[in-house]
Design a protein around this ligand. Structure first.
Ligand code: SAH
Length: 228
């Protein structure tokens, strides 16, 4: 089963963008995952292919129309398409590594990128869209959020990352942030690498890393610590 991403956007030129390079790009060329970016405007109305309109109740900005967006979703993903339908949205559930793992293990995703003030509320329920946020700040559109979500998923697809196990010890995987890394030179601007990492004692090194990960997590993100 190949992970297939379908993006609904007003700016399909933004894809694959950075995901066409490096590990994700190599994997895309090898067919380890697939990406299709579809222009919502193909379903726009009238001569000007309008996709948005003024907000009911007044106020600033424009809103993506429910009928146009639904037509774009229906054309991209038939009702029996098993892929989850995501709407990138600052109001959504914040994306976590656990959700990324689930998505990466599944058939892919249909991802709607909002623009302007957002989308007509009715299409969210009408097409069963799961709102996903990438953080508590506002972007000008869902495309960069979709790229971030996909990047996080694609690197977990088997065969994409070089070292097979380099996912399991990373930040967020054990309710911990990752321990600090060092490499050559041994001395740099008067700072040396902690002796223990050069000791060759793998047991001690593992223990040191665990302690450092706990220390960093307690200091920076106590909310992540597993209560077990
Ligand atoms: N008026 C909206 C913001 C619209 S921003 C509000 O106050 O909630 C325009 C689009 O950018 C959104 O529809 C969404 O698709 C995307 N977007 C903005 N910030 C985002 C975030 N933090 N996470 C995911 N998508 C985001």
């Amino acid at each position: 089963m190949t992970f297939r991403a379908t993006i609904l956007t007003l700016f399909p030129e933004m894809f694959p963008g950075p995901l066409g390079l490096s590990l994700a790009g190599d994997a895309l060329s090898k067919g380890l995952w697939a990406l299709e970016a579809r222009n919502i405007r193909e379903h726009g109305l009238g001569k000007h292919r309008a996709v948005d309109d003024t907000p009911a109740g007044g106020g600033a900005g424009m809103v993506l129309r429910a009928d146009v967006l639904a037509a774009a979703i229906d054309a991209a993903a038939p009702a029996d398409d098993p892929r989850p339908r995501l709407l990138m949205s600052p109001r959504g559930k914040p994306l976590t590594q656990a959700r990324v793992r689930e998505l990466a293990a599944g058939p892919g995703a249909v991802i709607v990128c909002g623009r302007f003030e957002g989308v007509d509320e009715r299409v969210i329920e009408g097409r069963n869209l799961e709102e996903v946020s990438i953080g508590d700040y506002v972007l000008s559109g869902g495309e960069i959020a979709a790229l971030a979500l996909l990047d996080a998923c694609v690197r977990l697809i088997p065969g994409v990352m070089g070292a097979a196990d380099s996912g399991s010890e990373e930040s967020f995987e054990n309710g911990l942030l990752e321990y600090p890394h060092y490499t050559r030179p041994r001395e740099w601007e008067g700072q040396s690498i902690p002796d223990i990492l050069l000791s060759g004692d793998h047991g001690k090194i593992a223990k040191w890393r665990r302690t450092e990960a706990e220390r960093l997590t307690d200091a920076r993100r106590p909310d992540l610590r597993r209560k077990d």
